[in-house]
Design a protein around this ligand. Structure first.
Ligand SMILES: [Zn+2]
Length: 374
């Protein structure tokens, strides 16, 4: 039986929760470790603290699969002088790998998304995302302006560097004819026209070709080498693959209930022992929005969606006052409580996919309690 590796498990996580679906500011994926390290146990945790690393180090070769990135803000050194540096250093020296699935898990529609637990305990019907965002795909379009006689050379140059492949076709391009204008300034070396200072018009083609974004540097070098102009005019345009990701959830209660009752239901069933709410306790609640974790950035979306109450964590004083003032009740169920409740489904989905691929490491929940509040 072959041994599981960190890379095997990373692939499972990324196939289900693609890093491309994470927010641009996020930092997800393999944060500590070598893809070749063996893995006999996957420890699922909300946070990666020193205690969690110690728990991981005490067992067989372990990968910590966490929701919150251990490395989030850039580090300038890997020393014990910061909490993240101390923990990452400990993980590396104990050969504990750390993988994070953060906003790419938040947006999951497989029942493991971090907004799901609150929606589930309230049994919200007609659930839909609170907001949607478009994510960039992994392809880029190159648009370049080319004189007719240089078309073949430019297509050769960019194709050799990896552009123009679509499925089983290569040298895929599109072009339309048009007119380019320019006035050469002193110091330029114009390919055509009447010389320095004279306005010129030239027949050119606008040539379009797709490429994998990761090959953009090589393709631009291939383009510039093949193109006859001393200044090549080109655009690199990110291509959206049309995939939208949704943050938060909105839905309706099967039966309207008082705000105080809704709050009590979440407190008891999530559970959310540090829950607090803002608004008239007797207010009748029908529509509910929720976002796991720190959700004050989505209060505007909650207001716009016409819900009676917004359930999230980490709500600040003034943000809360303003929302209540605008007619929105708030339930702060706690950052930890809302997201910790999603960890069992997260572990379950990853384990399911891993078994289908023949991976054998055990998947266990961390026993460390990372709630800082007492
Ligand atoms: Zn969080």
């Amino acid at each position: 039986m072959s041994e599981d590796s960190v890379g095997d498990w990373l692939q499972v996580v990324h196939d289900r929760y693609p890093p491309a679906q994470a927010a641009g500011w996020d930092n997800v994926g393999l944060q500590v470790g070598d893809p070749h390290w063996p893995v006999e146990r996957v420890l699922v945790a909300l946070d990666v603290t020193g205690e969690v690393v110690a728990e991981a180090a005490a067992g067989p070769p372990t990968l910590v699969l966490a929701h919150h990135p251990l490395l989030f803000r850039p580090l300038s050194s890997l020393t014990p002088s910061s909490a993240a540096g101390r923990t990452a250093l400990a993980a590396a020296s104990e050969r504990v790998a750390v993988v994070a699935a953060h906003t790419n898990l938040d947006v999951a529609q497989d029942g493991a998304g971090t907004s799901q637990p609150v929606a589930d305990v309230l049994e919200l019907v007609d659930q839909r995302p609170l907001t949607t965002e478009l994510r960039e795909g992994e392809r880029t379009k190159l648009v370049v302006f080319v004189p007719p006689e240089a078309l073949d050379a430019v297509i050769d140059g960019v194709s050799a560097a990896g552009a123009g492949r679509i499925g089983d076709y290569e040298r895929c391009t599109f072009r339309v004819a048009g007119t380019g204008t320019f006035r050469p300034l002193p110091g330029s070396d114009p390919y055509s026209g009447e010389g320095i200072g004279v306005d010129a018009q030239e027949d050119e083609f606008r040539l379009e070709v797709e490429l994998p974004t990761r090959k953009a540097g090589a393709v631009v070098r291939g383009l510039i080498d093949a193109h006859p102009y001393d200044e090549v005019a080109y655009d690199l345009v990110p291509m959206y693959d049309g995939a939208e990701v949704g943050f938060g959830l909105v839905g309706e209660l099967a039966e309207p209930a008082r705000l105080a009752e809704v709050a009590a239901r979440i407190r008891d069933r999530l559970p959310a022992p540090h829950l607090r709410f803002a608004g008239d306790p007797d207010r009748l609640v029908r529509r509910v929005a929720t976002a796991g974790g720190a959700g004050d950035g989505l209060i505007g979306a909650a207001l716009g969606s016409g819900v009676d109450v917004y359930v999230t964590g980490d709500l600040r004083h003034h943000v809360t006052l303003d929302a209540v003032e605008q007619g929105l009740a708030l339930i702060d169920a706690g950052h930890h409580a809302t997201e910790a409740a999603a960890m069992p489904a997260f572990a379950d989905r990853v384990e399911h996919d891993a078994r289908e691929r023949g991976l054998t490491a055990s998947v266990v929940a961390s026993e460390v309690d990372t709630v800082p509040w007492r």
